[in-house]
Design a protein around this ligand. Sequence first.
Ligand code: E4P
Length: 213
Amino acid sequence: MKFFLDTANLEEIKLANALGVLEGVTTNPTLVAKEGASFHDRLREITEIVPGSVSAEVISEQANDMVEEGKELAKIAPNITVKIPMTLEGLKAVKSLSELNIKTNMTLIFNANQALLAARAGATYVSPFIGRLDDIGHSGMELIGTIAAIFDQHTIETKIIAASIRHPMHITEAAQQGAHIATVPFDILRKLVEHPLTDAGIKRFLADWNSRI
Ligand code: E4P
């Protein structure tokens, strides 16, 4: 499983990129609005830091408008992936954009049928939202496993991005369930590194080194 960062914050992206584990970035209108930056400018800045896929979400709701918006977003940089919400209009837009060889990430996926439809329409990625499913008493993780099994059984190449990640166990479990990618908020990426026994081990090694005769 690969790591994408789920943010539009440049400092976080630079820090994660320096770790050598970052294969892409996902943004959404909420994340970009939080930054207060111009949408296109911010996306351009992100694509200049990260060579991998950078998801940029459309805000239109009709297929034709989504396609036009997607074409404009795709002009920003070759590594832009156009993020489209899972609706009938969204599926039409995914089909059109994939015919234009523009990569797409179908977002707001909450069941396996939505994921299968997105894949068949030509989506490069599907983004099941684990945390938001957990929030309403469903199992986000079970959904990842179900989608992975279906894609495997039918030799579907669409990649599964585990999204709406809330804690480190989501990462381990998404990897076990067969997600290809997890898109992770920066504070959770940091938590993946930390362990109290690692800190205690470093402290002890240094104390022993400094007490050598
Ligand atoms: C990423 O593609 C999603 O937009 C994001 O992970 C949603 O996360 P949230 O449910 O924490 O808003």
